[in-house]
Ligand binder design. Structure first.
Ligand SMILES: Cc1cc2nc3c(=O)[nH]c(=O)nc-3n(C[C@H](O)[C@H](O)[C@H](O)COP(=O)(O)O)c2cc1C
Length: 370
């Protein structure tokens, strides 16, 4: 019996297995609006066999996009663009659809990765990023504007507004992006947050804005639907954010009803030294789970079915999320189910692909021809 292919209940949402397609920026939107690329991408990966597909980091306001191509959900046009794509995925797939709500903070106004990923200056059509403090991500860059009280309120409200739009789109779950050196992580980390007010200094102060945003999103989304949070568990920099502080954050989030902690790492400092290797972030999910009892998602270089099975069956995490592995093998979940003796839902158009040795891979399917 595979634990990876056992169900998981998150509030009113029942997931048929423990696999999530991790959020993946596509840098392909125009004015934040999804298009034919997103249609293909979302519809394809909604059929991966993962019980949950998480839509990429989706900006809650235009200036919160990492790149000009980042997806958004801040106005009627961005909402309308996603509607037919989600409707199509619903017709073909039983996977839950989540969305990651995000604000890039000081890492906004960047070129797409395939154009080098560096800050786009104002003179080349970029915009002035905002952050907790006027500290740039890289020393040579123009500093961001430090957010004032009105700016904080605007962004908090934008997160709540996007959560309401996500509910109108019928999405099943939300993940608050508090990782990878983007705005909410910038508040947590002493590397990027040098504020002297109630949002900077002590751990309690640095957590304040991310917690306020979480509360605003939670309040704006139906109580029957889960809201999780992705955190960078460590900055991988001496004196930065670390796993001990992550556990304190998770405890605060638990009090506020968080439904999962998706334990990633890094992204706030170019000085980071990441010891990459298979499952290198799993110990963070495990540490949060052990300290808080919260549902955790392990992510990062999880590529093999047996590796994923071991992570969840040993109780290190409750779910796994895969990003690059899903792009490389968009039926990763099907192949993992075949390896582990699990079942996945597949659309009838594809039932005939079932291997002859795996008669129950797609459940009790029958088909005939004359
Ligand atoms: C193309 C691409 C886009 C990504 N975009 C996001 C994103 O929108 N939000 C996020 O939190 N992480 C993003 N990530 C990070 C992944 O979600 C994941 O945490 C990371 O790639 C490690 O998992 P993997 O080894 O399975 O790829 C992205 C990764 C890739 C490869």
């Amino acid at each position: 019996m595979s634990t990876l292919f056992s169900p998981l209940q998150l509030r009113g949402l029942k997931l048929s297995n423990r696999i999530m397609v991790a959020p993946m920026c596509q840098y392909s939107a125009q004015n934040g609006e999804a298009n034919d690329w997103h249609f293909t991408h979302i519809n394809s990966l909604a059929l991966s066999g993962a019980a949950m597909f998480c839509i990429e980091a989706t900006a809650v306001e235009a200036t919160g996009r990492i790149t000009p191509g980042c997806l958004g959900l801040w106005n009627d046009a961005t909402e309308a663009a996603l509607k037919p794509i989600i409707a199509s995925a619903r017709k073909r797939s039983k996977a839950a659809i989540a969305m990651q709500l995000a604000h890039a903070g000081r890492k906004a106004s960047s070129h797409t990765p395939w154009d080098g990923g560096q800050l786009i200056p104002l003179s080349e059509g970029g915009w002035r990023p905002e952050g907790p403090s006027d500290l740039p991500h890289k020393e040579s860059e123009t500093p961001p504007l430090a957010l004032d009280a009105a700016g904080l309120a605007r962004i908090r409200d934008a997160f709540a507004d996007s959560a309401k739009r996500a509910e109108r789109l019928g999405l099943d779950a939300l993940e608050v992006h508090c990782a990878h050196g983007y705005l909410l992580h910038q508040f947590l980390s002493p590397i990027s947050n040098r504020r002297a007010d109630q949002y900077g200094g002590s751990l309690q102060n640095r957590m304040r804005f991310p917690l306020e945003v979480f509360d605003a999103v939670r309040a704006a989304f139906p109580a029957s639907k889960p809201v999780g949070l992705r955190v960078s568990s460590t900055d991988w920099v001496e004196g930065g954010w670390d796993i001990a502080q992550t556990i304190e954050l998770a405890k605060e989030l638990k009090k506020r009803g968080v439904d999962w902690i998706d334990a990633s790492s890094g992204g706030v400092s170019p000085q980071q030294k990441i010891p990459l290797g298979p499952g290198y972030q799993v110990p963070f999910a495990q540490a949060v789970k052990e300290a808080t009892g919260l549902t955790t998602i392990a992510v990062g270089l999880i590529t093999e079915a047996k590796q994923a099975e071991e992570i969840v069956s040993s109780g290190k995490a409750d779910m796994v999320a895969l990003a690059r592995g899903m792009l490389y093998d968009p039926r990763w979940g099907w192949h993992a189910a075949a390896d582990l003796g699990g079942h996945v839902d597949a659309p009838p158009q594809y039932w005939r692909s079932q291997p002859s040795t795996q008669k129950a891979l797609f459940g009790a399917t029958t088909f005939g021809t004359r």
